[in-house]
Write a protein of this length. Structure first.
Length: 231
């Protein structure tokens, strides 16, 4: 499996607090069959999560050394979860923020952002050949119609939802909405958005999708190989 959205880089945002916590979570994810983990610290001005890539990279390299010492069979990747703003395109051009792979960027919005504002952001990014993956799409209050999601995908967005939401942690209404999106083949990635230790989250999510839909659907959503290749 591949987890494209985590907060397992310590010291930089509201995720894990130290290397030990990060190693513990990564070890558990390896035991569940996860082969690739993307560490995506927030880049979010209003919350002062503005660590530079160079600073993140130093922490990342130390973490990788600890993972090697623990003999964990995992590939780690460093990127960002970017809170979209009027400065985002400039931040990308100046390499203040990093993609998950080549031109794929993990983007989040405020929960009350309108469909128009989100679609405008997607259009502006794809016009520059930046491919946005919209993080935890189930959180956005004004994206609650199938046609909205179809429209965003049509102009170039990829869609990610959180495992915890799929499993009902945000209530039954959100869970049913995600199931509708899966049924309509509108989700590209299911990821953990892990900030703290949650045992067996990936396995639970994978098994839920496999049981409710099919193994092929679970593989597509939890092991989407597009993230490892240029789009």
């Amino acid at each position: 499996m591949i987890d494209i959205h985590t907060h397992l880089l310590p010291f930089v945002d509201d995720g894990v607090k130290n290397y030990e916590e990060s190693v513990e979570i990564i070890s558990d994810m390896v035991s569940q069959g996860v082969k690739h983990i993307f560490l995506t610290p927030h880049y979010y001005r209003l919350r002062n999560f503005l660590s530079s890539y160079d600073d993140n990279l130093k922490i990342f390299q130390t973490l990788k050394e600890k993972i090697i010492q623990e003999n964990l069979d995992i590939s780690l990747h460093l990127a960002n979860e970017i809170k979209y703003s009027s400065d985002t395109l400039k931040d990308i051009e100046k390499e203040k923020v990093k993609p998950l792979n080549e031109n794929l960027y993990l983007i989040e919005f405020s929960v009350n952002e309108t469909m128009y504002e989100i679609s405008e952001a997607v259009y502006n990014m794809t016009a520059k050949n930046y491919q946005p993956i919209l993080a935890h799409i189930e959180r956005y209050n004004h994206l609650n119609q199938i046609e909205d999601i179809k429209g965003l995908k049509k102009i170039g967005a990829f869609i990610q939802v959180n495992i915890s939401s799929l499993l009902g942690h945000r209530g039954g209404r959100t869970k049913r909405w995600i199931k509708r999106l899966i049924k309509n083949d509108l989700i590209d990635f299911i990821a953990s958005d892990t900030h703290v230790f949650r045992k067996n989250l990936m396995v639970q999510g994978y098994q839920y999708v496999e049981n409710k839909f099919s193994k092929a659907v679970a593989e597509k959503l939890f092991n989407n190989q597009i993230i490892l290749h240029k789009v």
